[in-house]
Design a protein around this ligand. Structure first.
Ligand code: C5P
Length: 231
């Protein structure tokens, strides 16, 4: 890491193998100071991988997407805090009890922030109808974000399309962490509501999560620099 490392950019380590993840982190060196570790890598590699990243001075977003009884959520949040994670995620669809338990458990760890997922980006209005929710996705996202803020969460995860309304709702301080960003000319598919990292920042994202556009780039450091300088 160096003083110019842009910690608003979080690189998703979506690997099923510790060696591959660590090789990429070594290759990126000081160009990234914030990594996302999800259930795939955590399950495959174990918590030592997270400790290793923290020991190297990186911040870690542990994307656990917690949706459990409050007691179990609290335990998982404490475990994330003990590992040195900076951010942990919880599902707002689980309701206030789950989110409040997560926020309460995180108090022990001053560096740990709890962010809430609203409607996962793969869900459509018809998926919501299937589970008995009459609201459309946009309305449901804002409803859940409001609930997350009231429960004391430090922020939310929001797709590029949702960032603007979320920033308006949540005010200037809360985190809005935005995945689903791609670089122009990139070949990464599978993003229904994609936009560039720069559009996400302009709309109010505090952080962007970028995966394959960096991890599969011929030159990951160049891809990161491109994001940081804004073109
Ligand atoms: O697509 P990409 O490789 O950039 O994805 C990076 C991360 O962003 C993944 O870990 C995934 O969980 C998340 N993501 C998301 N919603 C999307 C696309 C990606 O939550 N629409």
């Amino acid at each position: 890491m160096n003083d110019t490392t842009d910690r608003r950019i979080i690189v998703a380590l979506d690997f099923d193998d510790r060696g591959a993840a660590e090789a990429l982190v070594a290759r990126i060196g000081g160009a990234c100071g914030f990594y996302k570790v999800g259930l795939e890598l955590l399950t495959a590699a174990g918590p030592d991988l997270v400790r290793g990243l923290v020991d190297q001075g990186h911040e870690v977003f542990l994307d656990l997407k917690l949706f459990e009884i409050p007691n179990s959520v609290a335990g998982a949040v404490r475990a994330a805090g003990a590992l040195g994670a900076s951010v942990v995620s919880v599902h707002s669809m689980g309701g206030t009890g789950i989110m409040a338990a997560a926020v309460d458990a995180a108090r022990e760890f001053p560096g740990l922030r709890v962010i809430a997922l609203t409607v996962v980006t793969s869900m459509t209005g018809s998926d919501l109808a299937d589970i008995g929710i009459g609201a459309g996705t946009d309305e449901q996202v804002l409803r859940l974000a409001r609930l997350a803020a009231e429960a004391g969460c430090d922020g939310v995860v929001g797709s590029p399309r949702e960032v603007g309304p979320l920033r308006k709702l949540l005010g200037p301080e809360r985190l809005i962490v935005t995945p689903g960003v791609t670089l122009p000319g990139g070949e990464v598919g599978g993003h229904a509501r994609s936009d560039t990292p720069w559009a996400a920042f302009a709309a109010g994202a505090s952080h962007v999560v970028v995966g394959r556009s960096v991890t599969r780039a011929a030159d990951p450091v160049a891809a990161l620099r491109r994001i940081a300088v804004g073109r």
